[in-house]
Design a binder for this molecule. Structure first.
Ligand SMILES: [Zn+2]
Length: 279
C-alpha cells in the first residue's frame, strides 16, 4: 500500500486518494480538552506526544464525464511557513495519468491553506491550476476568509478567491449542493463557518469524505474531540454527530483527507453512541 496514491471504486465512480504530502505529526497539542493518556492508550502509543502518520490528502472522483477534485492540498504555502509536507499533488496526478485541465470541478471542504493550496500554481506565476474547473465553496467560508486580516490561515484563500472570481470560476453554495449526479456537498460547520463534507453516491454505494470534521477516525467515537483551531466548538461537535448518523444510515465507507492513505471504515451505531470499524 502506497502512502501517497491509492485508487478504489464506489459503484460506478472511480476514486483516487492523492497525497500532497504525508508527514508524521504529534496530535498531543492538536485538540482542546484532550485526554492525552486515553489517546495514547487507544492508539497504542508509548507516549501521547509520539508522532503518528498524517496526510494532506485530496480525492479525485471520476464518474462518466465528470472529474471532481475534493480539495487541492497545501501547494507551496506549506514550504513558505516551514510546515512539513505538501507540494506533491501535481506529481500524484501525473502518476495517475490525469492532467490538471481535465478536472471539471473542484470542491473545497473549506479554505484553510492546506485545502486550496494548488488552486493557484505559484510556480506558474499564480495561474489557475485547474483552468477548466468550476470551483465550489460554501459562501460562509468565502465571507470568513475574505473578511479577516491576512494571516497564515487566510493568506492562501485571499490569493485564490479573487483569482477565481476574476476568471469567473467560483461558485458559492449556501446549503447542501449536488455538484454532479454522484457528488454532493453536505454542510458540516464548526471547523470553519462554511465547512462541508462530501458524499459520493453511485450504484447504491456511498462514500463519505469527512473533510476536517474528523482529523482522526477516533473522533467518530468521541465527538467532543475538538481541534483547537475550530472557530465554533459547539457546531464542530454537532457536525460530527450529524456525520456519524449519516454514515451509519447510509452504511457509507468513510475516509478523510488528513487520514493516512488508505484509511477507510464504517461508523456503526451502538447503545453508547457510535463505533469506528476499520474496513
Ligand atoms: Zn485541514
Amino acid at each position: 500500500m502506497s502512502r501517497l496514491l491509492e485508487t478504489f471504486r464506489v459503484g460506478d465512480a472511480e476514486i483516487a486518494a492523492l497525497s500532497d504530502g504525508a508527514p508524521d505529526r504529534s496530535m498531543e497539542t492538536f485538540f482542546r480538552e484532550f485526554d492525552a493518556e486515553g489517546w495514547a492508550q487507544a492508539l497504542g502509543l508509548s507516549s501521547p506526544s509520539d508522532p503518528i502518520p498524517f496526510n494532506f490528502g485530496s480525492f479525485l472522483i471520476r464518474s462518466g464525464a465528470d472529474m471532481v477534485l475534493v480539495d487541492s492540498g497545501f501547494g507551496t504555502a506549506g514550504r513558505e511557513t516551514g510546515a512539513p509536507g505538501g507540494g506533491e499533488l501535481p506529481q500524484r496526478m501525473q502518476e495517475l495519468g490525469v492532467g490538471p485541465t481535465e478536472v471539471t470541478a473542484v470542491v473545497h471542504t473549506h479554505l484553510h491553506p492546506d485545502h486550496c493550496g494548488w488552486d493557484l500554481d505559484m510556480a506558474a506565476e499564480g495561474q489557475l491550476s485547474f483552468s477548466n474547473a468550476t470551483v465550489y465553496v460554501h459562501e460562509k467560508d468565502v465571507e470568513h476568509f475574505m473578511g479577516q486580516e491576512q494571516s497564515q490561515f487566510t493568506r492562501t484563500a485571499q490569493r485564490v478567491v479573487p483569482a477565481l472570481r476574476q476568471a469567473d470560476r467560483l461558485s458559492t453554495v449556501d446549503g447542501e449542493k449536488a455538484v454532479t449526479p454522484s457528488v454532493t456537498m453536505v454542510p458540516t460547520p464548526g471547523h470553519t463557518p462554511g465547512h462541508c463534507s462530501v458524499l459520493v453516491a453511485s450504484g447504491g454505494e456511498h462514500l463519505l469524505i469527512t473533510g476536517d470534521v474528523a482529523h482522526h477516525p477516533k473522533q467518530f467515537e468521541h465527538h467532543d474531540l475538538v481541534p483547537a483551531v475550530d472557530v465554533d466548538p459547539e457546531a464542530s461537535v454537532a457536525s460530527r454527530a450529524k456525520l456519524a448518523a449519516l454514515a451509519a444510515d447510509r452504511n457509507a465507507l468513510v475516509t478523510g483527507g488528513h487520514w493516512p492513505i488508505l484509511t477507510t471504515g464504517h461508523v456503526r451505531r451502538v447503545e453508547t453512541g457510535y463505533v469506528w470499524e476499520p474496513a
